[in-house]
Design a binder for this molecule. Structure first.
Ligand SMILES: [Zn+2]
Length: 62
């Protein structure tokens, strides 16, 4: 069975943190590097995207 990559695990962690937030946009501590990770959640469909300030770190669109 293939192991989850560290980046993927960090992404899951970030989504868990964001899911616990009442605000639809803001900044959380990046689980990958400890830096600033900006996120935004779409009101219409609940989709979340995020982008870490650190280059080459977490960045995703859902
Ligand atoms: Zn990061």
């Amino acid at each position: 069975m293939e192991q989850l990559t560290e980046a993927y695990k960090s992404l899951i962690k970030a989504l868990e943190i964001i899911a616990g937030k009442a605000e639809n946009r803001g900044v959380i501590e990046c689980p990958q590097c400890g830096g600033q990770l900006r996120y935004a959640r779409a009101k219409s469909n609940g989709h979340v995207h995020g982008h870490c300030k650190t280059e080459g770190c977490l960045s995703w669109m859902q």
